[in-house]
Design a protein around this ligand. Structure first.
Ligand code: TTP
Ligand code: MG
Length: 591
């Protein structure tokens, strides 16, 4: 399995409804008035890199641009270039199906994401810098590896802005032609809507005219930014411009590759109605499964191969709320979630773009999965973990490059997650898996000061072994199907030493003595009150009162000053005993 940075930054998913009251009756959902949508005065830009992994390979391996090729991971292809797409190859197809569509297809192995991540970072940093040059107050945020968003609203000036005349390139405006035909495809399920829409010419209201003008200006800024990304990194991107994150994201999928697409909100209704429901942010596999029953009862389409937004809009809200109650993460917010999803189905999205201050990943993790019944001994698990340590160590070095101050780009928490087969559940469930996590504090600062990869690996091993031990696994009666290690709590996220050195925060004592177990539902059970602390030499020790006191003083040292000190001085400050120097007596003893 590939490694993923947990970006946790799909703010269009996480942001909750801003409280707009839902005045619709249960059986009759509000339909978005076009005036209402046009009154959202924002100009949101969504950027998606075209066939991202393929462009990385074109740059790194000089693959000819006209050759159909794809990137393979395990038994599927995760993406393919546009030459291959024209021949019928699709993302997330099996290798066999891809070869059937295009026998001359070249498949490049793409399980090692390291190079892709480095390209992704450069693209994001270029995008961010370009946005900030347009206006320093533009909020910019990273999404997945090849996606990013910006709120351009602050940069849109209607009067005296001559940008429109100067920007090069064309902008595609959905609905400008009398007839439009668009295909919307959801990658994970392959659900595909072909939408053919005829537009009647009509005069716009004053609100719509002003919205149209703002979005067109935003699209010209987008063109400039796209050009800058292309020049600096060599990557082509597709951009979507609209009034909110949801519509901007839909816009960037309208016409690919290498375009800037504008979606006016009053033209989004027909698109959304036929759009696969899974394309709505926040509507994943689990949600659709929970909604299945009420969709079947009320949906307009009979026996569809996939559900659309229109199908959900025909379900009474109260039924949706009852279905969502079954989804553990929505349990206490099903009413709010139902409103958010229903609003999104009609194009309303109040999600804000919060600036991510540079986009450094909040979590760096590695994982590997195993077929059921193949990893059944503890020593075999330990051997598999070695590869994870090596990958994690490389990723942590890469993560350092994201930071404002690379001296302080270190994690403070480490977590081990194992998914095991529970034979007791085997008779009831098709997938009788139990996922459990254990985490403890992590001396990331000491880790990042190690330069030798072998030492880094052994440091990680010493941090993970106590956690592994805490799982209480039997040595020869286990069945592990997934193992992952995540490091979180990066210190550089809460502090910007360049701007304000004194605002830097060291891990709190409570953090240092936390050792919690997490279940698959994310509930934390305090398993122990004290952490098996990992010392500089990697050995697991309990923190004595004396050590805690010295740690307290150490925490008070200005981090910027600390960063300038050599590692042995830092060790001494942290009261870790320096390596014993040979004394003259020792020589005598030896003889
Ligand atoms: P996408 O942006 O979905 O795909 P893409 O950039 O290859 O193509 P497009 O031009 O349509 O945007 O995903 C970005 C990269 O993420 C993609 O190159 C491969 C990888 N990926 C996965 O690893 N798993 C997935 O399920 C998908 C959809 C993509
Ligand atoms: Mg992409």
């Amino acid at each position: 399995m590939p490694d993923y940075y947990d970006l946790s930054s799909d703010n269009s998913v996480r942001d909750t409804d801003d409280g707009e009251s839902s005045s619709e009756s249960d059986d009759d959902h509000e339909s978005a008035s076009t005036e209402g949508l046009a009154s959202d005065h924002r100009c949101i830009l969504h950027v998606d890199v075209d066939c991202f992994y393929c462009q990385c390979e074109i740059q790194d391996r000089q693959i000819p641009k006209d050759k159909p090729f794809a990137i393979g991971q395990k038994h599927i292809i995760v993406t393919c270039n546009y030459v291959a797409r024209a021949m019928g190859v699709k993302k997330l197809q099996s290798r066999t199906a891809a070869y059937e569509a295009c026998p001359q297809l070249l498949i490049i192995e793409g399980s090692d994401l390291e190079r892709y991540r480095i390209h992704a970072r450069k693209i994001y940093q270029t995008f961010r810098a370009a946005c900030k040059r347009v206006h320093p107050d533009i909020a910019v945020r990273r999404g997945s590896m090849d996606e990013m968003m910006a709120d351009l609203s602050v940069a849109i000036r209607i009067d005296g802005d001559d940008r429109v005349n100067h920007s090069k390139g064309t902008v595609y405006i959905y609905g400008e032609n009398d007839k439009e035909s668009i295909t919307l495809r959801e990658d994970q399920t392959g659900a595909c809507s072909k939408i053919v829409q005829e537009f009647q010419a009509r005069s716009l209201s004053a609100l719509e005219r002003s919205c149209s003008e703002r979005l067109q200006r935003a699209s010209h800024i987008a063109l400039e930014i796209r050009q800058e990304i292309l020049q600096s990194t060599g990557f082509t991107t597709t951009m979507g411009v609209s009034v909110n994150p949801l519509l901007a994201k839909i816009a960037s999928g309208l016409k690919k590759p290498a375009t800037v697409n504008v979606l006016f909100p009053w033209r989004s209704q027909s698109l959304l109605a036929s759009m696969p429901l899974r394309m709505i942010p926040g509507v994943g596999r689990t949600t659709v499964k929970a909604l299945q029953h009420c969709l079947e009862k009320n949906a307009v389409s009979s026996q569809p191969s996939f559900w659309t937004c229109q199908d959900l809009l025909s379900v009474p809200k109260q039924n949706i709320v009852s279905c969502l109650e079954q989804v553990p993460v929505f349990k206490h917010s099903c009413e709010v979630q139902a409103d958010i999803i229903l609003h999104r189905c009609i194009g309303i999205d109040h999600g804000q773009i919060h600036d991510d201050e540079g986009g450094a990943p909040k979590t760096v993790s590695v994982e590997n999965s195993f077929r059921r019944g193949t990893l059944v001994r503890k020593d075999a698990l330990c051997a598999e973990m070695e590869e994870l340590y090596r990958r994690l160590s490389r990723l942590l070095q890469e993560r350092r490059e994201w930071s404002h101050s690379s001296n302080f780009a270190y994690p403070t928490t480490i977590r081990l997650t194992l998914r095991t087969v529970d034979e007791k559940l085997a008779s009831e469930k098709r997938r009788p898996f139990v996922t459990r996590s254990k985490q403890s504090s992590f001396d990331g600062l000491a880790f990042m000061q190690l330069r030798d990869p072998a030492q880094q690996v052994s440091f990680l091993r010493m941090a993970i072994l106590p956690l592994l031990h805490a799982f209480g696994l039997k040595s020869d009666a286990i069945d592990i199907t997934r193992a992952s290690i995540a490091t979180t709590g990066f210190q550089d996220l809460s502090a910007r030493p360049k701007d304000s050195p004194t605002s830097f925060t060291q891990p709190s004592q409570s953090n240092l003595s936390t050792f919690v177990e997490k279940t698959e539902h994310g509930k934390s059970n305090r398993a122990k009150s004290r952490s098996p602390r990992v010392a500089l030499n990697g050995a697991s020790t309990e923190m004595s009162i004396h050590e805690q006191a010295s740690m307290f003083h150490y925490n008070k040292i200005d981090p910027f000053i600390l960063s300038q000190l050599p590692p042995d001085v830092i060790s001494e400050l942290r009261h870790v005993k320096p390596k014993k120097r040979p004394r003259i007596d020792d020589y005598f003893k030896r003889v």
